[in-house]
Design a protein around this ligand. Structure first.
Ligand code: PBG
Ligand code: ZN
Length: 324
């Protein structure tokens, strides 16, 4: 009968006027992996275009990010020495605290988010303190030291804390620890729905955090569970989270949409290492039109309800948006 917007005839300006979703450089947080030393910039073999960097190189990287319009980063630290409780992450002179301090000194206008976890800092590679008898993570012992790590980040100058270990009660614990230390205004972005996923494979190479025994299934979520995913987010919201997150992104867009519809908090997605690697490798082999597929993927996150995209593609997307 009567169709107003006949696709074949749609003028390109009208198409733009009626478009429902868009991707902007303001949507992105770019991950950086920091290690000690000077002048170090080592590409990760499983993630072409992603580097482990020393602090001086990360400072240069921020210049490039700002020239592209990217003002938000999330930092991961790779310490020289790992031990059973991840002591480096609890020390003011540890890699992450030093990185925050030095980056903020040169780039006070950069918004620095910190990943708060223990897997990069422990010799066993798990996200918390291990109970020796049963080789599982002790939730409550991990909460105690998580509060300490949050205050270390805050003192060093972090702008937002993002706990990624999925411990029960983590948001409430961090809120109390931060408030108690005078950081009542420090935002917390919860990795509220983090699935036990095979898509983290390349990250564990770059962060050197593959567990030496067992897996993370006791504290990360079962990919089969939808209701539980929603419940975790609602619980983190109730505990005081400021932003919720779904991770990985692409295989879980149904979860993003459902959480978005059930909360009023802003939502982030983490477009993880395995998702990045798949597109990179398909693109490098001319199996897909790389840029087109990257943009289509970013758009799918926004359409599903994400406000924030944490992605290794951020710089490429910024360049594509500039040349549009
Ligand atoms: C640490 C952490 C992980 C990622 C972000 N923070 C790894 C994991 O849980 O194994 C994954 C990011 C990625 O794959 O890009 N808890
Ligand atoms: Zn972890």
């Amino acid at each position: 009968m009567f169709q107003r917007f006949r696709r074949t005839r749609l003028n390109k300006h009208l198409r733009a006027l009626v478009r429902e979703t868009s991707v902007s450089v303001d949507d992105f947080i770019y991950p950086l992996f920091i290690r000690s030393g000077e002048g170090i910039k080592t590409e990760v073999s499983s993630m072409p275009g992603v580097y482990q960097m020393s602090i001086d190189e990360a400072i240069k990287e921020c210049d490039e990010l700002k020239s592209l319009g990217i003002y938000s980063i999330i930092l991961f630290g790779i310490p020289d020495v790992k031990d059973s409780i991840g002591s480096d992450s609890l020390c003011e002179h540890g890699i992450i605290a030093s990185a925050i301090r030095e980056i903020k000194k040169v780039h006070p206008d950069m918004f620095v988010v910190t990943d708060l976890c223990f897997c990069e800092y422990t010799d066993h590679g798990h996200c918390g303190i291990i109970d020796e008898e049963n080789e599982t993570v002790n939730n409550d012992a991990t909460l105690d030291i998580s509060g300490k790590q949050a205050v270390i980040h805050a003192k060093a100058g972090a702008d937002m804390i993002a706990p990624s270990g999925m411990m029960d009660g983590i948001i409430e614990t961090l809120r109390e620890a931060l408030d108690g230390a005078g950081y009542e205004n420090m935002p917390i972005m919860a990795y509220s729905t983090k699935f036990a996923s095979g898509y983290y494979g390349p990250f564990r190479d770059v962060a050197e955090s593959t567990p030496s025994f067992g897996d993370r299934a006791s504290y990360q979520m079962d990919p089969a569970n939808r209701r539980e995913a929603i419940a975790e987010s609602i619980s983190d919201e109730a505990q005081g989270a400021d932003i919720l997150m779904v991770k990985p992104a692409l295989a879980y867009l149904d979860i993003v949409r459902e959480i978005k519809d059930n909360t009023s908090l802003p939502m982030a997605v983490y477009n993880v290492s395995g998702e990045y690697a798949m597109l990179k490798i398909a693109g490098a082999n001319d199996l897909i039109d790389y840029e087109r597929v990257v943009m289509e993927t970013m758009l799918s996150f926004k359409r599903a309800g994400a406000d924030i995209i944490i992605s290794y593609h951020a710089k490429e997307v910024a360049k594509m948006l500039q040349s549009k």
